[in-house]
Every structure is written in C-alpha cells, then in structure tokens.
Design a protein around this ligand. Structure first.
Ligand code: PLP
Length: 663
C-alpha cells in the first residue's frame, strides 16, 4: 500500500511543543532601537502569515487586507471596509463575514479528498457534511448548502432543533443528512419520513435505547431507514476535547453495545439497514498521529461489522480537523501539525488498506468538519475605548531638601545602567516599600508618597528598556514586563463574542488592523466592557508557547484604534452569553464582486429593548415607570421640566440602541 508521504502534502514542521523558558529566565521581544519598523516586522510579530494564509495579510499601507477567494484574486483593505461600514451607521463591535472564504474552505476540503482519492485510486467517493452546531446562523447554513452543491455536501444535526434546520435547508439531491445527538421517537420518525421527500437522512445510533425506537418507528411507518452506529473508540483525542471518546465518553456505543445493537437489528430483520459507522474523537485534534490511530481502529470495526452481516456503505470520521490558531504548525492545542491534505490522505489510505485486505468494497467517506470550514470566514472588529498606563516619567526634583527616601530613589533612578540594572531594581523596590512604611507611620505626606511611587515606576521603566535589549532576563525581573503593562479597554464583551477565550482559554489571533507600518511600542492586556474580572484577554498567540501581553500602538487623540479578532467563525456566536446584558453584535456579510465587494446582508445586533426582553422586561413599562417618577419629582419640585424631558429622551433612545458603547 502507498503510505501518504510528505512531498506533496503541505509543508509541516512536526515538532512537540515545549515550554520555551527552561529555568532561570525568559525570552523577551528584542527591542529594535535604531532599526526602522517595517510591515515585515508586524507580519512576524502577529504571525499573520502563519494563521492567516491565504486570506489575511498586510498591505503596503500597513492595513490588514482580506483576500476572501484565497489565491484566486480579489482583495480588500479591512480598515477601509470598517470605515465604510461605520459611515453606514453600523457601530462597533462588528462581525464581518466573508462568504467567499466559506466557499473557498468548502472547495479546499473537497479538493483535498478528491486528490487523495485519485492518488490512492480509492474506488469510492467523499460526501462531507457540515455540523450545524458549529454555526447555525441562517445565512451561513444557506451559503454552505449553496457552495457545497457541486460536491453533494450535506449537513449534520446534533439535536432535534438542528434537524429541523437541516431538513428545511438542504435540497441538494444525494447530499446526506447525518442525524446525531440524543433522539426521541419524534426525531427518528421525522428523519425516516424525510426519505419520502427525496432526502438521505442517516440515523446514527448513539444510545442503545435508540435501536428499539428506530425499529419500532420503521415498522410503524413501513419505511426502511439508513442506520449508523457511533463507536466509542479507544483512540482518544488530546487536549480539551480528549474525553469525547473512550469507554466513559458521553456519546456512542462501546464494542459490546455495538454487538448488542447488531443482534437486535438482526432479530428485527433490519441488519441490512445498518450501513454506517461513525466516530468523533473530539474537536481541534492537533496531532495527526491521533487521527491516524483513530482511523485505523475505526476501519477495523467497519470491516468487522460488514463481516457480521451489516450492509456497510459509509464511514463517518466525525469532526476534529483542526485550525492553526497560532500558526505554529505544531501539536500545541492552538495549532495542528498537519495540513488538510495530510488529513485526507491518511483517511483515504487507511480505509482503503483495511478494506482491500478483507476484499471488501470501500465505503463512501464522510467527515463532519465544522471548525475547519467555519472559523476563517468571520472577523470580529472592535475599538479601543481608552487605556490605563503606568506613568513612567520621573517627577522633577524639588528645589527644597527632600525626604531621604526620595533622594535615594532619585539617586537610584539616575544611576541605572546596563551593568547595575538588576541591583538597581532591588534598591528601588526596597525604597518604595520603605516609603510605604514611612507613610503608614505618618512620616511621609500623601504627595511625598505619590512621588516615591512615581519614581519607582520611572526606575522600572528605565530598567525595562535595558532588559528588552538583553537576550536573557534574570528570573527576578521576568515579571517586570507584566507589571508595567498597559490595559487597553475594548468595546466588546468577551462573554458574548469570544466565550471560548474565557471558558476554555482558547487562543484566537488578535491584532490591530491598521498602523502596522508603525512600531507597536505598548505591551498590553485587554479588558472588556463587562464588570467581571474574568472579562479580559491576557493570553495571546506566540511562536513559542503563549504570551501574556500583546504589542499595541499608543492611541492617537481623536483617532479610532481598531483591533481584529480572527478565526472566530466556529462556536463563538451561539455559545456567547448575555453577561451584563451585552447583546449580539452587528453582523455584515460581504461578497466579492468583479469590481470590489458588496454588502450582501446586514444583521443588526440586539437593541437594549431586545436584550431586556430576554429577561422579561417590557421596555414600554420601563419608560412608563421613569415617566411616573419624573411626574412625582416635578410635583415635589425636585426636577425641572427641561431636565425631566432630557432624562426621558435619553432613556427612550438608549432602549432603541445597540448595547455597546458608541464612540
Ligand atoms: C462538534 C462535532 C463535530 C464538529 O467538530 P469540529 O472539530 O468542529 O470539526 C462533528 N461531529 C460531531 C459528532 C460533533 O459533536
């Protein structure tokens, strides 16, 4: 058998990630004093070529460009697009979807399988499906169906509500509707009846009880369904979703249960309905060896089921095809050490080998890739409302004789150089502590204490400029960068727009979408609009491990500063919640045209009235309550007519508006 070999697969560096900093120091961003900052330097810093290719890059103006059709031409300046959208009164945060990217992802996945099938002379076909749970938004699902039509691309439902979406939307003859998730009689009956509409639903048995439900429903309706079984494989994913399989997994049948299912179907004379084997070992499988092992195990179960008399025709490898969020091409959880072509090659080759050895016809291959299809198409744009920075300039020494502690701090500050910076740091720290004690005992005024603290920060800043030039930073100064970091306040709710960043520490690439020709001189964490201390982002992609600070530009007065969060198209929208009542963001669908782009749909974000409605408030009642209170206040002379009108106007207007801040 031909084994997939590396030469025509995407170039990957297979390496195990290890923490970059062994003992006693940290790698720091090299300062580049004297060197002029360049767009190439921004590319390297934000790793945009790693995670963005072929859709995102930086243009000569220093803005992020989007090439939604990949390498096939047509691009737009993301910064200019955002400005144009703002002129249309679309406030930030904005979720921008590029349908052409979605189309490109679907084409790529199908092309990879087609190539693998040709290469290994696989005598069967690939019929992918999109798992609806990954992003249920109507325009997106409709697009997937449309773009998938040439490939008979289908949909996967993980619940009864998702089945209703799949059945109403999918009209491609021959495309599959894979019915996963927990099922009741109604779910199973609906799926079976859909065969009468010309659909091809496959009911995947996830629980043993579903076997009898399917047998009864089929007998009752007189229609033979296509059934599948979901196997709990021994091969496990790694990382967050590692527990999606294995003996104690939530879903699927163990091997003894699979045997029981086939016996029950056999007894009912329905073993020929069992045609599919399904497995799903978890999402974001970052290591190709895990995928290979799973395919090998599943292929054996497949051929054994055929030997038991099942009419096997389909093998469904589930999801798990990963996205390289940090662009490092490693088996780190935010990355993957294989390309889409590797993935297809390995599946096709393994399955062919298993079937050929047993002289069995090969199955139609199905994958349920969600993340790999939907992530790239949406970009979240948000603005920075303000920053909080440590003041780093030293206060002017006063004319008069100052307190000894202040004189010591001045002296330390003046003396700092490349030879004594470590010692100087400890001195400054010591003096600052002493200043606090002196203050507590009444020997230092508030103004003097302020001066002492300011001097300490000035020392730190001076030391930091020195350590940034060093290749090696002593342990005790490692946190200096963090302590000195700025906080950038962003017009966004992490809970609404990037819930996985909060809930499971998922990394998404984040970078400014303009000013990339300029050196980003600030190091910052991001704080969101919610009054929750978890509403922050302090983990960012990096080549080595994860970094706790993001390099950003200082704000310019009167100018907006836009950041983009990329690869957010999978799972984030539906998982987002209404913490602090920040609602859905505005969403815009962009299509490329021969002369540029067009705005295909605008889906307005939630207004306050809508969000309040979710928690059973009626905005008219609320306005009425305020009106009555103003009347009372007027009667008692606590408010003027003009004030009461202004209050009511503001109150009513807010209710009609976006939940985010307008800048
Ligand atoms: C979630 C899920 C998928 C999608 O997984 P991705 O990693 O996003 O591709 C596919 N199949 C099943 C059964 C799932 O539960």
């Amino acid at each position: 058998m031909n084994k997939p070999n590396q030469e025509d697969t995407e170039a990957v560096v297979v390496s195990n990630r290890t923490a970059p900093n062994g003992k006693g120091g940290a790698l720091v961003v090299q300062g580049n004093k004297g060197k002029k900052w360049s767009i190439e330097a921004s590319e390297e810093l934000y790793r945009i070529n790693g995670w963005g290719e072929p859709y995102f890059s930086i243009n000569a103006d220093g803005d992020v460009t989007v090439s939604p059709k990949g390498d096939r031409g047509g691009s737009l300046d993301l910064f200019e697009l955002v400005e144009a959208l703002r002129q249309r009164n679309l406030g930030l945060p904005l979720l921008i979807r590029f349908s052409d990217i979605l189309e490109d992802r679907i084409e790529r996945l199908n092309a990879c399988f087609a190539k693998a099938i040709a290469r290994y002379k696989y005598p069967g076909v690939y019929r992918g499906v999109f798992p609806v749970k990954c992003n249920q938004e109507r325009h997106l699902i409709e697009d997937i169906v449309k773009f998938g039509e040439p490939y008979k691309f289908g949909l996967e439902a993980g619940s009864k509500p998702e089945l209703t979406i799949a059945l109403a939307t999918l009209k491609t003859p021959g495309a599959l509707v894979i019915c996963n998730g927990y099922k009741d009689r109604e779910y199973i009956e609906t799926a079976i009846l859909a065969t009468r509409l010309g659909q091809t639903p496959i009911i995947v048995i996830e629980q043993l009880e579903e076997v009898q439900l399917a047998i009864e429903a089929s007998k009752h309706l007189g229609i033979a369904p296509i059934l599948g079984v979901r196997a709990k494989l021994r091969s496990r994913g790694i990382g967050h979703w590692g527990s999606s399989t294995g003996d104690r997994a939530k879903f699927g049948l163990s091997i003894p249960e699979i045997i029981r299912a086939t016996d029950e179907l056999n007894a009912a004379g329905m073993l020929d309905c069992l045609q599919l084997l399904h497995f799903h070992i978890g999402s974001q499988i970052s290591s190709i060896s895990v995928i290979k092992e799973a395919i090998r195990e599943a292929s054996q179960i497949y051929v054994e089921l055929a030997k038991l008399g099942a009419n096997m025709k389909y093998l469904d490898v589930g999801g798990g095809l990963a996205v390289d969020y940090d662009g490092s091409k490693t088996n780190f959880h935010a990355s993957k050490n294989y390309g889409m072509q590797n993935y297809a090659n390995d599946i096709v080759a393994e399955v062919k080998e298993a079937c050929t050895e047993r002289n069995l016809p090969v199955p139609t291959l199905i994958s349920e890739s969600g993340r790999a299809i939907a992530s790239h198409q949406s970009v979240l744009i948000f603005d920075v409302l303000g920053t909080s920075e440590v003041r780093t300039t030293a206060p002017e020494p006063s004319e008069e004789e100052e307190h000894l502690i202040l004189r010591n701090l001045y002296e330390t500050y003046e003396s700092i150089d490349a030879d004594n910076y470590q010692e100087a740091y400890h001195d400054a720290f010591q003096f600052k502590e002493e200043a606090t004690s002196l203050f507590n005992f009444g020997y230092l005024t508030l103004r003097e204490r302020a001066k002492a603290e300011q001097l300490f920060w000035a020392c730190c800043s001076k030391i930091l400029t020195i350590t940034r030039e060093q290749k090696y930073v002593p342990d005790d100064l490692e946190d200096l960068e963090k302590i000195m970091a700025s906080i950038y306040y962003i017009n966004l709710s992490v809970f609404k727009s990037a819930p996985d960043s909060w809930a499971i520490d998922q990394l998404f690439p984040i970078m400014p979408i303009h000013r990339l020709e300029e050196e980003p001189t600030r190091r910052a964490t991001l704080a969101d609009l919610t009054c929750d201390s978890d509403g922050k982002i302090d983990q960012f992609i990096d080549l080595l491990d994860v970094k706790s600070l993001l390099e950003l530009h200082p704000l310019k007065p009167g100018e907006p500063y836009y950041l983009g969060m990329f690869l957010t198209g999978a799972y984030q929208e539906i998982m987002g919640n209404l913490h602090n009542l920040f609602g859905d963001t505005n969403a815009i669908h962009i299509n490329m045209t021969p002369n540029g782009y067009e705005i295909e749909h605008v889906v307005k974000g939630d207004t306050m009235t809508e969000v309040l409605g979710y928690v059973q408030y009626d905005s008219e009642d609320m306005v009425e309550s305020i009106r009555q209170q103003t009347e009372q206040a007027l009667k008692e002379g606590r408010i003027t007519i003009a004030e009461s009108q202004l209050l009511l106007q503001n109150y009513e207007r807010s209710l009609r508006r976006y939940t985010y801040l307008t800048t």
